[in-house]
Design a protein around this ligand. Structure first.
Ligand SMILES: [Zn+2]
Ligand SMILES: [Zn+2]
Length: 277
């Protein structure tokens, strides 16, 4: 057994791990028994929000019999048995590992195999991948989409390692023709998203994309500092931010490649003869 068995022993099935704490999300002790009510979501709900998953998605991955316990689980260190989506043998891992780790050992080995490396960098459509897209993220896509042609049929890029247990990453905006991904980061409602664990995972995601020839532009809003070589630090999404994105695209891949994506009638297309009709 590996170090995970320690987490398994501590893992009691009772909701809230036997504490009398109740969280804002409703998890933890039942109302009558709660000694303390905490005005934030439980650690598991917070990690789900950070990793843009829903609890329903997580519940589909856990081995039968533990679903009820996981439905009420608040601790990210609690250990469960998980089902591989590709039909490999079940594997033991903590909730944190299931959400952020390398997941199924066999999938991890497959992702590192030579055949998988050939597919690295290929963008494709993965149905039902993202559960949460913020209004701001949608606005950025809309504004950028007025200036350059963005594909609607891709939402994932194959990588040559696993990230959150999957052989792909799912950037906010994908521009396959330039092999550039755009990420919108802000600290979120409670000011914790994209800090700590999420920042480390953002760096890992950028590294996974870099390995397969992709560059990442990060729009860092709401007080977040630069992250990576192509950061746009700003208060929020605006036309000026989109200008800076276009300028960075040109800087990274050249005027010719970017010019071919410009939408006729936009400010750039009027001065750039490379634009298609
Ligand atoms: Zn919760
Ligand atoms: Zn697997």
């Amino acid at each position: 057994m590996d170090s995970r068995s320690a987490g398994g022993q501590a893992n009691r099935a009772e909701p809230g791990g036997g504490t009398s704490v109740r969280f804002r999300c409703g998890h933890g002790a039942v109302p009558g028994e709660a000694r303390i009510t905490i005005q934030r979501d439980c650690p598991l709900c917070m990690l789900l929000a950070e990793t843009k998953r829903s609890r329903a998605q997580l519940l589909r991955k856990v081995a039968g019999g533990r679903r009820t316990a996981l439905a009420a689980e608040t601790r990210i260190g609690a250990s469960y048995e998980w089902i591989c989506e590709r039909g490999h043998s079940r594997f033991e891992a903590t909730v944190r590992e299931a959400l952020t780790g390398s997941g199924c050992p066999k999938c991890r080995a497959n992702a590192a195999a030579p055949a998988a490396r050939l597919e690295g960098g290929v963008p494709y459509m993965k149905p039902g991948l993202k559960t949460r897209t913020s209004m701001t993220e949608q606005r950025l896509r809309l504004l950028l989409g007025e200036r350059i042609r963005l594909p609607h049929r891709v939402n994932a890029v194959k990588i040559s390692r696993t990230f959150y247990g999957k052989p792909e990453v799912w950037p906010d905006i994908i521009i396959p023709a330039l092999k550039i991904a755009i990420e919108y980061d802000d600290p979120g409602r409670d000011g914790t998203a994209h800090r700590g664990l999420k920042e480390a995972s953002d760096r890992e995601k950028d590294a996974a994309l870099a390995e397969v020839g992709w560059e990442v532009i990060r729009v860092r809003a709401g007080g977040l500092d630069e992250l990576g070589p192509h950061s746009i630090v700003c208060p929020g999404v605006s036309g000026a931010v989109v200008d800076r994105i276009i300028a960075l695209l040109r800087e990274i891949r050249g005027d010719g490649a970017v010019g071919r994506l410009l939408i006729t009638g936009s400010a750039e297309a009027d001065v750039d003869t490379g634009a298609e009709a």
